[in-house]
Design a protein around this ligand. Sequence first.
Ligand code: SF4
Length: 465
Amino acid sequence: MPEADPAAALDLELLRKYDRPAPRYTSYPTAPLFSPDTATEELLESLRAESADSSRPASLYFHLPFCESRCWFCGCTTVITKKRDLADAYLDDLELELDLLRPWINPAQPVTQLHFGGGSPTFLSPAQIRRLGAMIHARHRLASDAEVSVEIDPRRISPEQARAYHELGCRRASLGVQDTDPRVQLAIHRFQPFDETRRAFELLRETGYRSISVDLIYGLPYQTEVSFNHTLEQVLSLRPDRLAVFSYAHVPWMKPAQKILERDQALPSPEQKLRLFALALGKLTAAGYVHIGMDHFARADDELARALRDGTLQRNFQGYSTRAGASIHAFGMSSISQTGRSYRQNTRELPAYRQTLARGRLPIERGLLLTEEDLRRRRIIMGLMCERRLDFVSLSAELGLDFASTYAAELASLDDLVADGLVRRLPGGVELTSAGVLLVRIVASRFDAHLAREATPTKRFSRAL
Ligand code: SF4
C-alpha cells in the first residue's frame, strides 16, 4: 500500500483543478441508477440465493428518521416532528418489515454489524430503544464480536438512552457536531454549545462506549480558517477515536431547506472550502490521526487504520468499514440493502412506506441487479477507494481476464492524472499518490462505465472535496 503523506498533498492549485462533481462510491453502480423497473421478486431471489450460504455474514442497518428540528444543511432523509408516539408506530412498521424479510434470508447467518442511523436514533425513548433491541435479538443471531454502533445527537441524549443503546450492544457511537462556533450554529439552525457536546462525550465514555467518532462539516456559512481551527482544537481536546470531516454538499434543488443558507451570502467559496479542508487534513494528521480516505480519519491504533495498513479496508453505504463480505439488510424508510449481486432501496416517504407494509408487502421502491461487468468494475473501483492501487496480476487472476488489455481505454484515460501527479504508473499496476488519495473519487470515476454514458452528471453528485 502506498504511504500517504498528506502534507505533501496540499497543492491547492491541483486540488482546485480536479474539485469537480463525482460520486462518493458508497456503492457501484451508484444509487441514482437504481430503477423502479427492477422486479422486486428478482431482487429478493438474489437475496435468497446468497443467504443460502449460512457462513456469509449479515450486516443490519435501521434507519430511524425522526428529528425534533431541522438542521438547514441536512442531506439525510428525515421526518421532523415532536410527536413521540410516531416512533411507536414506526417500530410497529419495522417489526412488520423484519417479519416480511424473514422468508428471504437465513436466520443462521451471523450478524457481524448492526448500525442505527437517521435521522436521530436518540429521538427514541429508552423503552422504545429496548423494544427495538428485543425485536432484533428475537430474529437475528448477533456474532459475539459484532460491531454495534449508533448515531448520537449530543443535544438530545440522556443517561437512560445511552444505557438502553449500550444494553442493545452498542459500543461505538458517532456524535453529530458539525461546527462548534455559535455563529455558524445559528446560521445552520443547530445550536449546540460545546459543553453539551463534551457532556455527551463523557456520558458515552462513562456508560462503556469504547469508540467514539465525531462528525464535522466544512463549507458551512460563516466558517473561516480561524473559526474552523478553533472547532478542530475543541473537538481534538475530547480525543475522539475517529473523525469524519464531511464536505458540505449544497444541493438545494434536492434539499430545499438548504436554500436558507444562501440568505446571508456567507457560504464559503470553493477556494475557501479547499482551504478549510487543507486545514483539517494538516491539523488532524499532525495530531496523530491517519487519513483513511475521503472524509474519514482514525487514530493510528484504531481498527480502521489497521485495516488500511493490512489492505482489508471495505467501503459501503455507511462509509469505510472493516467487515468484509456481508449482506446488508437495511430496514426503515429510504434505507438501502446490498447483496453480492444486487441493491434495493426502500420507499423514501413515510406514508408510502407504512401503507406498503400494511398491505403485507416489502416497501422496496427501486433496485438494481448487477451485471458481470458491474461486478468487475465494482471490484476495481473499491480497490482504488480502499487499497489505493490496482495490481494487474492479482486483478487478472481474480477477474479471470487480462486486466491491462481489457481496461486499456480506462487505464489510458488516467494520462492527465498521471501527468498531474495524482496517479503513479508501476510496472504491473497503478497506485494513487498522496494527492491522488485526496481526489480518489475522480480517479475511480474513470472506471465508471455508467458515468461515462451520462451527459450531465454534475447535478447528481457533490464536488470531490
Ligand atoms: S443533521 Fe441530524 S439532527 Fe439535524 S436534521 Fe439532519 S439528521 Fe436530524
